[in-house]
Structures are given as structure tokens and as C-alpha cells.
Design a protein around this ligand. Structure first.
Ligand code: E4P
Length: 217
């Protein structure tokens, strides 16, 4: 399973990159706004900087919701860097746009996916990635992880090549469960990723090894 960081924060991106396990980045308009990126030129520069740090796919989301504007915007985003993947919402014009981008060799990430039916449509339109939002499904009282299992089973049975990019990660356990469920990619904030490092027995064991090492070093 690939690890993407779900942020537009450059310090966090550098920290995850330095760990050596970062395969890509996802952003969305809320994450860009959080970093105070304002105006088209600033957005382009921000994506350029991210692409310089990370050697992997970087999802850049369109802001428009009609077919024509999504195409114009997506073409501009895709021109920023070869690793840019155009992120398109799961709406009717979005599906049409994904098909158009697919036919014009521009890779897409279909976002805001909450059902298996939506995941099937994204794959049929040729999306490179589909983003089921498991945390938001959990928040609404349903089981987000069940959706990952369901999409995995359908994609394998039907031979769809779209990669399952589990999104809206809330915890370290979500990441582990995504790996168990066969997600191709898990995009996570930094804290749940760093949570994978932690175990009290590791800390206790290392303290003892360091203490014993003093006896012979
Ligand atoms: C996906 O690509 C989205 O950017 C993201 O995972 C949404 O997560 P949230 O539900 O924590 O906002």
C-alpha cells in the first residue's frame, strides 16, 4: 500500500518525505485554504513546490463544478508538473470530465466518493484513483472500512485498474485497516502516519538496551 500525505502544509510534507516512506500527496480546497494560499499564481507555485519535494503523484483539485470549466482548470493544473493528478468531484459533470481527461491522457482522482456505485462509475470513466472518504462515513454512523472491502471486491472481480485511494483518515488504526482491506493507497494526515511508529514496549525495550550498552561500551 502506498502512503500519501493528505495536506498542503510544506513542513509536514518535508517531515514525511524525510522519513522515506512518502509516495505522494493529496490536497483539497479546504487544505489549501488552511495554508493561506490565495490566488491562481500562489496556487500554481504551491503545487510546484510540493512536486519538487515529493517524487510521486500530487492530487490538485478543480474548484469549478461544470464540465467546461473543470476541463479548462484541469488542463491548467496538469500542465504544472507531470506528477499532477487532477482531482474531480463525483458529480455528473465530474464523471464526464474524468472521461474527457482519460481520453486526453490526463490522470484523475475521483473525490468525494461515498458508495460502491460511485466507485464503479469512477472506474468506468477511467479515473486513475478513486477516493472513498472513510472517516466521513464513520462520522455519519456507517462503516467506512466496509466500503473499502466492497470496492476492492468489485474492482478485482471486474478487472478495473483504478487504484483505491482510501481518504478521510482519522486514526492510525484506519491506516492498518486500509492495508488489511487491500486499499492501493492510503492518504493520511501526518499524526496517524507517525502513530504507526509507536509502541510502549519498543520504548521500554530500547531504554533497557541503551542502559545495558553502557556496561560494555
Ligand atoms: C481526500 O483526498 C481528502 O482531501 C481528505 O482525505 C478529506 O479528509 P477529511 O474528511 O478529514 O476532510
Amino acid at each position: 500500500m502506498k502512503f500519501f500525505l493528505d495536506t498542503a502544509n510544506l513542513d509536514q510534507i518535508k517531515e514525511a518525505h524525510d522519513l522515506g516512506v512518502l509516495d505522494g500527496i493529496t490536497t483539497n480546497p479546504s487544505l489549501m485554504a488552511k495554508e493561506g494560499v490565495k490566488g491562481y499564481d500562489a496556487v500554481v507555485n504551491h503545487y510546484k513546490t510540493i512536486c519538487e519535494i515529493v517524487d510521486g503523484d500530487v492530487s490538485a483539485e478543480v474548484l469549478s463544478t461544470d464540465f467546461k470549466s473543470m476541463i479548462e482548470e484541469g488542463e491548467r493544473l496538469a500542465a504544472i508538473h507531470p506528477n499532477i493528478v487532477v482531482k474531480v468531484p463525483m458529480i455528473k459533470d465530474g464523471v464526464k470530465a474524468i472521461k474527457w481527461f482519460t481520453d486526453h491522457d490526463i490522470r484523475t482522482n475521483c473525490t468525494l466518493v461515498f458508495s460502491a456505485g460511485q466507485a464503479i462509475l469512477a472506474a468506468k470513466a477511467g479515473a486513475a484513483y478513486v477516493s472513498p472518504f472513510i472517516g466521513r462515513i464513520d462520522d455519519s454512523g456507517w462503516d467506512g472500512m466496509e466500503l473499502i472491502y466492497q470496492i476492492r471486491a468489485i474492482y478485482d472481480m471486474q478487472g478495473y485498474f483504478t487504484e483505491i485511494l482510501a481518504a478521510s483518515i482519522r486514526s492510525t488504526n484506519h491506516i492498518i485497516s486500509c492495508a488489511e482491506a487491500g486499499a492501493d493507497v492510503c492518504t493520511t494526515p501526518l499524526d496517524p502516519l507517525l502513530g504507526l511508529l509507536k509502541h510502549p514496549l519498543t520504548d521500554i525495550g530500547l531504554a533497557k538496551f541503551c542502559e545495558d550498552a553502557k556496561k560494555f561500551s
